[in-house]
Design a protein around this ligand. Structure first.
Ligand code: FES
Ligand code: FES
Length: 151
């Protein structure tokens, strides 16, 4: 066991974890932030995407101890004062989901894409979403939601 401390959704948190604990396990099992999903555990699906120091990361690929001292944001940290983040609002408006399983990861990836490509066109968004898999939607509305979010 080792102590790990970080900021999650603006709150300082710390816990004793085994060195092999993945960041996604820490978020889901220790902090009960279950909006971050596990779809594969092999870095392929992107359902576990969170922001670490402002960058989209697959939290199944990172150990909790690697996030020591980091600023982590999960899907639960996006809405402020009951108001959806513009990317969440855009997913709602463009109907960018069906079952919703991939959605937290898509929203977190979408924010990162628009931060790096403020005027991202369809081709860029599709290319950038390579690491996020959706089984339901055919991606069309997800791409539309990311391109049209007023971030
Ligand atoms: S659960 Fe992390 S990429 Fe699939
Ligand atoms: S909305 Fe069902 S997996 Fe994407």
């Amino acid at each position: 066991m080792g102590k790990v401390s970080m900021t999650v959704n603006g709150k300082a948190v710390s816990a004793d974890v085994e060195p092999r604990t993945l960041l996604v396990e820490y978020l889901r099992e220790h902090l009960r932030l279950t909006g971050t999903h596990v779809g594969c555990d092999t870095t392929q699906c992107g359902a576990c995407t969170v922001h670490v120091n402002g960058q989209a990361m697959k939290s199944c690929t990172m150990l909790a101890v690697q996030a020591e001292g980091a600023d982590v944001t999960t899907i639960e940290g996006l809405a402020k004062d009951g108001k959806l983040h513009p990317m969440q609002a855009s997913f709602k408006e463009h109907h960018g989901l069906q079952c919703g399983f991939c959605t937290p990861g898509m929203v977190m990836a979408g924010i990162d894409i628009r931060r790096r490509h403020p005027k991202a066109d369809e081709k860029t968004v599709r290319h950038e979403l390579e690491g996020n898999i959706c089984r339901c939607t055919g991606y069309h509305n997800i791409v539309k939601a990311i391109m049209n979010a007023e971030v």
